[in-house]
Write a protein that binds this ligand. Structure first.
Ligand code: PAF
Length: 309
């Protein structure tokens, strides 16, 4: 039997590595596409996955975007602001109808990629898996979560979930959801209530629930998000968004949001694809979202070299 085609992984951070290790463990060949010749030179070609069950080592030979092998299947796990440029760098290598799977926070890039690559089935995913890099090539899978993948364009709706095999059958809890936009909006609404505030106040998620002033700011953000979602006819949760956001802040009380980690690490943040996305959608509707706008500006001020989405 012919070996299953390779999955190329663009964006080799914690989430990209987590999927790469699990694909490799399932016997699928995986090729991380690294962003520079310097990175390829220092990358040892393997990753160690650390879980409660111990450590496992996976050989994952890296390559550059300029390699010339065709890409049959592509998982893009970059940060939202890097997705489109990273994809443009490998576009000429995509085999006809190669599925593209986008796995990042926020909204904006997904729709543009789905339109720009209309000949390819384009899917989006959202995950609550918790993983972080622990120096060098070690990846710690710290918190088990769940993931959903679903179609973004007509070609993906026609193709259905078959193109996502084996992403859906790994020992990570992953499901196919044809209404993926709803899930992306739910994640966006939670991220928009938590991440920017923690970045500006330099606090753990739980502080937002405890501190009256931060809690009030979170309530305002949630109310504005709900107003926009309602205007767009976009359902969110069955219970108020603020209750959901509080629940997440409390459940992850000691965690530092991904955006705060980016600010602390001096990296660009995903604010433009989160609160920025909401502000742009609101503007199209003639709606003002002052709390999101203020937060957007405050986070941008913390990282002046932010990338637009
Ligand atoms: O982006 C994040 O950090 C997380 O999704 C969450 C739970 C919203 C905040 O820690």
């Amino acid at each position: 039997m012919a070996a299953p085609p390779c999955w190329h992984i663009l964006g080799f951070g914690a989430i990209g590595r987590l999927w790469a290790c699990h694909l490799a463990r399932a016997g699928v060949s995986v090729s991380p596409v690294l962003h520079s010749a310097e990175r390829l030179r220092t990358y040892p070609g393997h990753v160690t996955l650390c879980t409660d069950a111990g450590e496992a080592h996976f050989t994952l030979p890296g390559e550059l975007a300029t390699a010339n092998t065709p890409i049959q299947q592509l998982l893009v796990a970059t940060k939202s602001y890097a997705t489109e440029a990273a994809l443009a760098g490998v576009a000429q290598r995509l085999a006809p109808k190669a599925p593209i799977v986008l796995l990042h926070n926020g909204l904006g890039p997904q729709q543009r990629v789905a339109d720009a690559f209309a000949e390819h089935p384009v899917y989006a995913g959202t995950t609550t898996e918790g993983a972080y890099r622990d120096g060098g090539e070690r990846l710690v899978h710290a918190g088990r979560g769940s993931s959903f993948f679903g179609p973004l364009n007509a070609r993906a709706r026609e193709t259905g979930e078959a193109a996502l095999e084996p992403l859906l059958t790994l020992p990570l809890e992953a499901h196919y959801d044809p209404a993926i936009l709803h899930r992306l909006w739910q994640k966006l609404a939670i991220n928009a209530a938590i991440n920017g505030l923690t970045a500006v106040h330099d606090c753990a998620n739980g502080e937002l629930a405890r501190h009256p002033e931060y809690r009030e700011a979170m309530a305002q953000l949630c109310q504005e998000t709900e107003e926009l979602a309602c205007r767009l006819g976009q359902p969110l949760f069955e219970t108020p968004l603020f209750d959901q956001a509080l629940k997440v802040a409390e459940a992850t009380a000691r965690n530092y949001s991904s955006m705060l980690q980016d600010v602390r690490g001096g990296r660009p943040t995903e604010i433009d694809a989160i609160n920025g996305y909401l502000c742009r959608e609101a503007e199209r509707q003639g709606l003002a979202l002052p709390a999101h706008q203020r937060l957007l500006e405050a986070v941008r001020a913390r990282h002046p070299n932010h990338h637009g989405d």
